[in-house]
Design a protein around this ligand. Structure first.
Ligand SMILES: [Zn+2]
Length: 256
């Protein structure tokens, strides 16, 4: 799936879970601004699994930091679409986000500053800006990423555990997005279950269970196909609508 579509699906997932509007699920209600800041963070988190590619878009989002992180991630996760696109990878990302969410400090006059969430936000905003092609050069990317992270740090949802939830949602929808393409994902990594030779010749098995051991539900086909656009345009509209409504509700709250 294309980077911009991953980001949109992340934001849409946050809106669906965190908004209490009639068009959302409202499972994890947050403040109106928490919908905006959480959607931004989840959009970035929905690109995190693609940090497993040293020359990919994400690796080039905030150089040199993302380049170094991508090389490390690629080595640890066994290559592109392996560890970071698996259930184990999802669990590791959630655990890391949980640990970063605990990193706070008290500053007199300001109250609690979420250092870990802030650092993670810079990285994730860099990813989102690059995927949505808003970034531009390295200096501009860093500046915009830090600016957006300050917004997230100031207006983050006050709910406990919002950071691991947002990261889990983002990574989860990314894995689903890639599962829907021809290439598929190795969901049970590091287990690589090869398809048994006896059933490999069955057309449906060959389609869903790749020789590489990857699983695929190729609803989208190849990345960037018209089917991907047909699914992702409404999802993107939903995300944008949810975020704008969150912003308006916050404004209304300030005025009245
Ligand atoms: Zn991916």
């Amino acid at each position: 799936m294309m980077g911009g579509h991953h980001a949109a699906s992340g934001a849409a997932a946050w809106v669906a879970v965190a908004s209490t509007a009639p068009y959302a699920l409202g499972w994890y209600p947050v403040s109106p601004l928490g919908i905006v800041s959480g959607a931004l963070l989840t959009a970035g988190a929905a690109l995190l699994p693609d940090l497993d590619h040293h020359s990919g878009t994400i690796a080039n989002s905030l150089p040199p930091v993302t380049k170094i992180l991508a090389r490390i991630t690629e080595r640890v996760s066994g290559g592109h679409r392996r560890g970071t696109h698996s259930l184990l990878g999802l669990a590791v990302f959630v655990a890391l986000a949980g640990a970063l969410g605990e990193m706070t400090t008290e500053v007199r006059g300001f109250g609690t500053i979420e250092i870990g969430a802030g650092l993670l936000s810079v990285l994730l905003m860099g990813f989102a800006l690059k995927a949505l092609k808003i970034a531009g050069g390295a200096a501009r990317s860093w500046l915009l990423a830090v600016g957006l992270s300050l917004f997230i740090a100031l207006y983050a949802p006050e709910n406990n555990g919002w950071l691991p939830l947002a990261v889990g949602l983002g990574v989860g929808v990314h894995i689903i997005g890639d599962l829907l393409t021809h290439q598929g994902v190795m969901i049970l990594w590091p287990l690589r279950i090869k398809r048994p030779r006896k059933i490999a010749s069955m057309p449906l098995v060959a389609k869903l269970w790749k020789t590489s051991g990857c699983l695929s539900l190729p609803v989208i086909g190849r990345a960037g196909s018209w089917r991907e656009w047909a699914i992702m345009v409404p999802v993107s509209v939903y995300a944008i609508y949810g975020v704008i409504e969150g912003g308006f509700n916050a404004l209304r709250g300030w005025i009245t």
